[in-house]
Design a protein around this ligand. Structure first.
Ligand code: PMM
Length: 259
């Protein structure tokens, strides 16, 4: 899943693709490099970010979703808002990537059930402005898994098909750097839930810390190491800024998994 942030303020690519033409060109480039999905988001979720209006979010994402889908590119929409999800699916998106797992908008799960599309429910505790205050766990693996199970159950109760559902442990969301590493070393607990699993670790700060404080754009090789790890542990998809070396890492993981 290639990342396309149509935002002025995302942590690693903020501002680069804020204009629709630049965003559409980058989306085409991600697909040409081999991304199986292009994830279009209009609202930054970096720690401390403040929210934008639904109107602004739609103005950012809809023209981009429409143009990429018209090219035959598989598109997901990264949104916490049901109305944005519905409009994006009407514009051609086939997957709703909700970092709040249905917690931010009480309409989301029912709307996605009606849309009949794929749905990513990510582990989430609070909006970006305060999320790092919620990085408190006695046992991060057990608690994240239990909270994901609760979101899974809510999604199923709302009528979303089990095979439409994808679960995501939410790397970097209400987690300390150490908690991110702990979750990544226990991915098997999440895949054991029996759903497809998505991991979004690309260029995140905990990788910078492991690399002595390296800037985000210098973290793609480290991201590829995580992609290989995810491939070895049965993860369905990784959400990444760069595509080519991630696909190489996954190809190696797939080869290593073959008996
Ligand atoms: N991370 C970000 C945004 N959306 N969606 C999912 N499903 N999982 C993630 O980990 C995730 C996400 C924040 O990263 P970005 O600012 O680089 O897009």
């Amino acid at each position: 899943m290639g990342i396309l942030n149509v935002t002025p303020d995302s942590f690693s690519d903020g501002g680069q693709f804020a204009a629709p033409a630049a965003a559409i060109a980058h989306g085409r480039d991600l697909a040409a490099q081999g991304a199986h999905l292009v994830d279009v988001g209009g609202e930054s979720t970096r720690p401390g970010a403040t929210r934008i209006s639904a109107e602004d979010e739609m103005a950012r994402v809809l023209p981009v979703v429409e143009a990429l889908a018209a090219d035959g590119i598989a598109v997901s929409v990264d949104t916490m808002r049901a109305e944005v999800a519905a409009e994006a699916v009407r514009a051609g998106a086939t997957l709703v990537n909700d970092v709040s797992g249905g917690l931010a908008d009480p309409q989301m799960l029912a709307v996605v059930a009606d849309l009949g599309c794929d749905y990513v429910a990510m582990h989430w505790r609070a909006h970006s402005a305060t999320m790092q205050d919620e990085a408190r766990y006695d046992d991060v693996v057990a608690e994240v898994t239990a909270e994901l199970v609760a979101r899974r159950d809510a999604a199923l109760a709302a009528g979303i098909d089990a095979d439409r559902l994808v679960l995501d442990p939410g790397i970097g969301f209400s987690k300390t750097w150490d908690q991110n590493w702990t979750l990544l070393t226990h991915l098997d607990v999440v895949t054991a839930l029996g759903h497809r699993v998505l991991v979004g670790a690309s260029r995140k700060r905990f990788l910078g810390e492991a690399l002595g404080g390296r800037d985000p754009v210098g973290r793609d090789a480290a991201t590829a190491a995580i992609s290989a790890w995810c491939g070895l542990h049965g993860v369905w998809a990784v959400r990444t800024h760069e595509v080519v070396s991630q696909l190489d890492a996954i190809a190696v993981a797939e080869r290593l998994r073959r008996p």
